[in-house]
Design a binder for this molecule. Structure first.
Ligand SMILES: [Zn+2]
Length: 454
């Protein structure tokens, strides 16, 4: 009761500012009025309400706002400057917010005029439990069991918050994947590869071909994360057709965007696997654990080299298969089966030393990867002896990091007409993991999107 009186006091204090005000609270029957699920739900609602008001050019005077959680529950109240809008229109916007929200019956958005009088629409709300009588009647008659009422409400709120979390995380991971592609292609110079100033050893593609391709495949990044979130099967190997199904659509989009040039085929496989596995990881963890992530990737790709390369009877062999049959090197599939070993153990450590990515760290990460990676793009175009010389040149350039040593790598690629595309893909993945690990706190996994069930 004291908390309620305090609340009335807050309202009158805000009314003293001479502006109308808007309050938000959650309608929880019984006691206590709040818990972790209610507070998180409240925070999502508050964020949505703030954006909605702003989108109607209503300014929330946040300096005067009060947000608190006490015995009466979670509460927000703030004066607003509604511009040309009258109080009735303001009330209507807030009512539409409640009406349009999937759990709108749990939300109370109240509007007060500049004198502190509550503006009522005169409509009575329906009971959120039985949905066929006005809430006030059910409350008066104590029509429903309080324990059941509360448990249904909390479980709906938890589900809602977990869906919001999943959606936010999927968007953030998709955005970091796109960032990784942009950073990789923009790094200039790169030996043999397409960059901002050169087409490297490629006659059929340039920087803009990669821009087209990146934009086309990024369309599917969010879907890959969501597929990982949704994956419940205990046999991880069954994830492969799901990832491949989305990957095939990405390939088709890539070929459409580039008029049949293969810019990102290897990356589509590795980034597809990565984004899916991130979704799986975040469905049971609130932070990125590299070892757990790698174990998911290894489980999904168990025996993939044997199944797809050694035992392959494909009548339409890919570059990867042709290289495997002639040299025994397993390319992107081998990297995946090893839980992205080259990325996590060789490339990424060069980036993790940095708090902000820069050209030197990116180039060193690339050279470290290229000095160890059995790049099937080079094997396909140059053969094994050429690859070994290339790796040695990269190792020297990394150990003695000078322009002249770097130029030797670039010239060798030019003379042999080779392009370390496989290593470029692993660089892009390293950039992605750097972003995930560096951005995780506090922006990435804010308290708002911590899962409850974990
Ligand atoms: Zn009812």
């Amino acid at each position: 009761m004291i908390a309620r009186e305090q609340r009335a006091l807050l309202k009158s204090k805000i009314a003293g500012t001479g502006y109308p005000c808007v309050s938000l609270s959650i309608n929880v029957p019984g006691y206590p009025k709040s818990n972790h699920a209610v507070t998180c739900f409240f925070k999502y609602c508050l964020q949505d309400l703030q954006y909605l008001l702003k989108s109607h050019l209503i300014e929330v005077l946040n300096r005067e706002a009060i947000e608190k959680c006490d015995a009466a529950g979670d509460y927000f109240v703030a004066p607003v400057s509604a511009g040309n809008l009258g109080i009735v229109e303001l009330k209507q916007i807030c009512e539409d917010f409640e009406g349009g929200h999937p759990l709108g019956r749990y939300i109370d958005v109240d509007v007060y005029d500049e004198k502190g009088n509550c503006i009522s629409s005169g409509k009575s709300k329906f009971c959120f439990y039985c949905k066929d009588k006005p809430a006030i009647e059910c409350r008066r008659e104590q029509a429903h069991d309080m324990v059941q009422l509360r448990s249904l409400m909390f479980s709906n709120m938890r589900d809602y918050c977990n869906r919001q979390r999943e959606s936010l995380l999927s968007k953030q991971l998709a955005s970091l994947a796109m960032k990784a592609l942009l950073y990789e292609i923009s790094l200039t110079p790169k030996p043999g590869l397409v960059d901002r100033l050169s087409n490297g050893s490629h006659a059929d593609m340039n920087f803009l071909t990669f821009a087209d391709s990146s934009a086309a495949i990024s369309f599917y990044f969010e879907e890959l994360v969501q597929a990982g979130f949704a994956f419940q099967d205990e046999k991880y190997i069954r994830a492969l057709p799901i990832i491949r199904n989305i990957g095939l659509r990405m390939e088709a989009a890539m070929f459409r965007a580039t008029t049949n040039i293969n810019t990102h085929k290897g990356l589509i496989f590795l980034m597809g696997l990565t984004l899916f596995s991130c979704g799986k990881l975040y469905s049971s963890l609130n932070h990125f654990d590299p070892e757990y992530f790698r174990s998911i990737v290894r489980d999904i790709c168990r025996d993939i080299v044997k199944r797809e390369l050694q035992d392959s009877k494909s009548s339409n062999p890919t570059h990867g298969l042709a290289v495997f049959q002639s040299s025994g090197f397993s390319g992107a599939r081998g990297e995946a089966e090893g839980g992205l070993q080259t990325v996590f153990e060789i490339g990424l450590p060069y980036l993790l030393k940095e708090n902000q990515l820069n050209d030197t760290a990116l180039t060193q990460c690339f050279l470290a990867i290229a000095s160890k990676n059995m790049d099937t793009n080079i094997l396909y175009r140059g053969g094994q002896a050429v690859l070994i010389t290339f790796q040695k040149l990269c190792k020297t350039a990394l150990e003695d990091y000078t322009d002249s040593n770097f130029m030797k790598v670039a010239e060798f690629c030019k003379n042999e007409n080779i392009s370390p595309g496989g290593s470029a893909d692993l660089l892009a993945l390293s950039i992605f993991f750097w972003s995930v690990m560096k951005c995780e706190s506090p922006f990435f996994i804010s308290s708002l999107i911590q899962s409850y069930d974990i």
